[in-house]
Design a protein around this ligand. Structure first.
Ligand code: PMP
Length: 366
């Protein structure tokens, strides 16, 4: 992404002068496995319910600011009071508002990189210092003692489970210890939580950790990245802050209607999530085969809908996948701690077969 012009660098707030906007590096391709979207067709009952809800939604009225109907559905689903739920224009808006409300000059956010780059970006917008507790370079596991030490003096902690792009989970036991250590708020970003084994969510800790915030999105398992809908679960006084600082109409009427219908029909997404998880294991097993190992390729286990693969000449492989095979994956090879790494979203069986065949040719494993 281009830097700001000299003229703009002089005009924007000083802390924004070096800003480099998030660049998903999108190019139209035949197969897009670059953004961890759900590439499966939406289950027919859910799609029909969404279509019906959209058709019945008047467009002339402002949205319900707090997404009442959707919030009720989410609260019922998660077994919490609706005062514990706040909806946002994607998880991104809630992450941004988290930093805006609780970060700021003189305050510190603890993160465990390599992780989702938006955390550091939003921290820089909110002039919040970032204390980085680097993951183990070989396993990408969190350095728990260092995290607990950093959390003791931080106003904010964000842990990602499953972590994007490395796929690791954070144990509930560690989350609870971090919540006890941190005088501020601890967010567990579970954007990919539905792809993780049952029982791994931090949400049950909400009952005894009043400083815990759990972030979810409908963009991944529920295949609705386009409608922009995320939500947080947290104690009512934390939700009040999210509610107070948000732009009142950020979650539009069509999003509220589609999301409410999707959540009501959530059971129909179970099959798709199962299939994605089984395709993830198939992809990982294929990439661990001796022919790929001999070509220098390494993969890590993943609890998300993506896999991270390290290989020689990764950037070049990614460019050739795009240009010669029309397959888009995400290049992380320039990111500290992720040399040589590409992230591949788990697609449909055909998409996964295509990326496996292309990778075999490009890495010399064929
Ligand atoms: N958290 C993580 C870890 C993510 O990877 C993403 C999306 N890439 C988000 C949050 C935000 O998702 P959305 O804004 O689509 O809800």
């Amino acid at each position: 992404m281009a830097e700001l012009s000299a003229r703009m660098r002089a005009l924007v707030q000083p802390h924004l002068a070096g800003i480099e906007p998030y660049d998903p590096n999108f190019t139209p391709t035949r197969i897009n496995l670059s953004a961890n979207e759900n590439t499966y067709p939406m289950p027919a009952p859910a799609r029909a319910a969404i279509n019906e809800a959209l058709a019945a939604t008047p467009l002339n009225r402002y949205p319900d600011p707090m997404s009442g109907a959707l919030r009720n559905e989410l609260a019922r689903w998660h077994g919490v009071d609706r005062a514990c739920v706040c909806v946002g224009n994607g998880g991104d808006e809630l992450l941004y508002n988290f930093l805006l409300a609780f970060g700021g000059p003189g305050r510190t956010l603890v993160t465990c990189p390599p992780d989702f780059s938006e955390y550091a970006f939003f921290a820089s917008l909110a002039q919040t210092e970032v204390a980085r507790v680097w993951r183990d370079p070989a396993t990408f596991e969190i350095d728990a003692p260092a995290l607990l030490e950093a959390a003791r003096t931080a106003q904010l902690v964000i842990l990602t489970s499953p972590n994007n792009p490395t796929g690791n989970l954070v144990s509930a036991e560690l989350v609870e210890r971090v919540c006890a250590a941190c005088p501020g708020l601890v967010m567990v970003d579970e954007a990919y939580g539905e792809f993780a084994p049952a029982g791994t969510s931090a949400a049950p800790l909400l009952e005894r950790c009043p400083n815990l915030v759990v972030l979810h999105t409908l963009s991944k398992a529920f295949g609705e990245a386009g409608i922009r809908c995320g939500y947080v679960l947290a104690a009512p006084d934390v939700v009040e802050v999210f509610a107070a600082i948000r732009q009142i109409y950020s979650v539009n009427v069509l999003t509220q209607a589609a999301a409410t219908a999707a959540v009501r029909n959530r059971a129909s997404f179970g099959r798709v999530v199962e299939q994605i998880c089984s395709e993830r294991e198939r992809l990982l097993a294929a990439l661990r085969a001796p022919r790929f190992a001999a070509a220098g390729l390494e993969v890590w286990p993943s609890a998300g809908n993506f896999v991270l693969a390290r290989m020689p000449r990764a950037s070049q492989v990614r460019a050739r996948l795009r240009d010669e095979y029309s397959i888009l994956v995400r290049d992380f090879s320039y990111v500290p701690g992720l040399d040589g790494c590409l992230r591949i979203t788990v697609g449909t069986p055909d998409e996964n077969n295509a990326v496996l065949a292309a990778l075999a040719e490009l890495t010399g494993a064929a």
